[in-house]
Design a protein around this ligand. Structure first.
Ligand code: G6Q
Length: 554
């Protein structure tokens, strides 16, 4: 990997952008719309059933040109091609980054360190499909001869958030006999609540862990096994426990037959892994045809990302707009606002995808960066958010770019309710962009007939500055294919931003330290001697916890 010599802020395109920012930073979007009546046609893009409208952004043709210049200068296309070719671009772990290979239908060999990885990908997909057929048809039976009705995915982080988000998003496609559950939190309350609701005879547990060493997952897996053995016998575990991992020794040690283990490679990062065997719960839920549609949608986005010129490239456009606000407007966050009930876990999924990938302050060459990197990703179901946190987006002091995501055709037959939902999508992005001027507000108040004293009190409170940027993403319908398109879009957006910031987006050293310290603290919670080898706060908390643990709460 050749080291980038100059810092981002020394690049000619970055310097040009900085100068351009000074000229354009106060331009108003309503004015831009007035001057460019065809902004929607100019600044929107469709790929299959996904429309991206990016016209409500504080950019003009010059801005976009400079942003794409920067993408070229930073080598986005070169790095993209290296990723797809299987080069070891995850330089700190010396790994390829090939979640894209999981959805490839190409016959051309894809070599990682001399070995074609595609046959193994296809073979595992087939194993998963055959297993899914048996579960879904009822041929696979629990220990008392009944079909499986409940599937519990036990995993955390990348081995949880993707399967959970996708199973929720594709609820209308789930086999009618199957109920999907996700156990990730090591808090015993989560295990109790779930296990109490299940019947051991008809429950299948999937222990999903790339490393099979993750404390939370193994603790919950043992809790599930203990619970199962209250009703069943050791020899019946095989019918009720399967594993997804890269660590066959640890899987065997847990007591799961390697024949019931599904595998993937170390070049699949946890947060990019639901396309692999980590997506087994998804495959069981929606079946192999729908799972291949999910992959096909992602592949369509992969091809678009690889082939479309940067100027018409959806992930690159989203990345550059986010970059523009992050670097120059000093936006610290990015809101993800789905207006589709079944996309309600998308914000937390993207939180991990983005913040674990680009939440770094040292570049891929080990040098501290002198520019802001990954934004804080947050969000919620948009329609509910309107009645809580949107106040701050509209009238607070923060600058918050937002992505509105909605589906044109609902799965529900309640068309009127869907139109209400969609009217809010369009109204919110319009309100954020337009705002409401002092004059308009004064007129509104006068028309409402309030007395002049009330008018003067309310007037400044009811003005909306507007000029808040947003993207709107419309899916024709939330189908497996379209969900694949959407997730791959964000993956490549994150990748592109990582290249701009010269980060390795595919490691996550930041999650290590707390894990290590917890390993030290756990035995101390069970010891009796006074703890004094931490700082005063940590010592105090541990000792207080131990003293208070056995005293009944009032
Ligand atoms: C994702 C991270 C992390 C990981 C979990 C679970 O990119 O690596 O979220 O997925 O820590 O790890 P295991 O799958 O190894 O249990």
């Amino acid at each position: 990997m050749s080291a980038m010599k100059k810092s981002l802020t020394e690049y000619p395109a970055w310097i040009a952008l900085q100068q351009h920012f000074e000229q354009i930073k106060d331009h108003s979007m309503p004015q831009m719309f007035a001057e460019q009546p065809h902004r929607f046609e100019q600044y929107s893009l469709q790929l299959d059933d996904l429309l991206l409208d990016y016209s409500k952004n504080r950019v003009n043709d010059d801005t976009l040109k400079l942003l794409f210049n920067l993408a070229r200068e930073r080598g986005v296309e070169d790095m993209r091609d290296r990723m797809f070719a299987g080069e070891l671009i995850n330089n700190t772990e010396q790994r390829a980054v090939l979640h894209t290979a999981l959805r490839s239908s190409s016959d051309t060999p894809l070599l990682v360190e001399g070995e074609n990885v595609l046959p193994a990908v296809q073979a595992e997909l087939q194993r998963m499909g055959a297993f899914a057929d048996r579960i879904r048809s009822g041929e696979w039976q629990g220990f008392s001869g009944k079909a499986i009705t409940d599937i519990v995915n036990i995993g955390i982080g990348g081995s949880d958030l993707g399967p959970k988000m996708v199973c929720e998003a594709l609820t209308p496609y789930i086999h009618e006999r199957l109920h999907m559950h996700f156990l990730s939190n090591v808090d015993g309350a989560a295990a109790d609540q779930l296990l109490d609701s299940l019947n051991a005879e008809t429950t299948l547990f999937i222990i999903a862990s790339k490393t099979f060493t993750t404390q939370e997952t193994l603790t919950n897996a043992h809790a599930a096994r203990d619970w199962f053995l209250q009703t069943a016998e050791e020899g019946q575990i095989a019918q009720h426990f399967v594993a997804v991992s890269t660590n066959s020794e640890a899987v065997s040690a847990f007591g799961i037959d390697p024949q019931h283990m599904f595998v993937f490679s170390d070049w699949v990062g946890g947060r990019y892994s639901f396309w692999s065997a980590i997506g087994l719960s998804i495959m069981l839920a929606i079946g192999k045809q729908n799972f291949s549609q999910l992959l096909a949608g992602a592949q369509a986005m992969d091809q678009h990302f690889c082939n479309a010129p940067l100027e018409r490239n959806m992930p690159v456009i989203l990345a550059m707009l986010g970059f523009w606000y992050n670097q120059f407007f000093k936006a610290e966050t990015q809101a993800i606002l789905p207006y589709d009930f079944h996309l309600r876990y998308l914000p937390s999924y993207l939180q991990q995808a983005d913040m674990e990938s680009n939440g770094k302050s040292v570049d891929r060459n080990g040098r501290p960066v002198d520019y802001p990197t990954g934004p804080i990703i947050w969000g919620e179901s948009g329609i509910n958010g309107q009645h809580s946190f949107y106040q701050l987006i509209h009238q607070g002091t923060r600058f918050i770019p937002a992505d509105f995501i909605a589906s044109i055709q609902p799965h529900s037959s309640r068309q009127q309710q869907h139109d209400i939902l969609m009217s809010n999508v369009f109204a919110q992005s319009e309100a954020l962009m337009r705002g409401r001027s002092l004059e308009e507000t004064r007129q509104l108040l006068q028309d409402s007939g309030v007395d002049s004293a009330t008018l003067e009190i309310r007037l400044p409170q009811m003005v909306f500055a507007g000029n808040h940027p947003s993207n709107t993403l419309l899916l024709k319908k939330l189908t497996p294919f379209n969900l694949g398109l959407l997730v791959a879009l964000y993956e490549h957006k994150i990748f592109t931003q990582g290249v701009l910031w010269n980060l390795n987006s595919f490691d996550q050293w930041g999650v290590e330290l707390g894990k290590q310290l917890a390993k030290k603290v756990l035995p101390q919670l069970q010891a009796t001697d006074t703890i004094n080898d931490h700082d005063a706060s940590t010592n105090g908390l541990i000792n207080f916890y131990r003293r208070s643990r056995d005293i009944p709460a009032s």
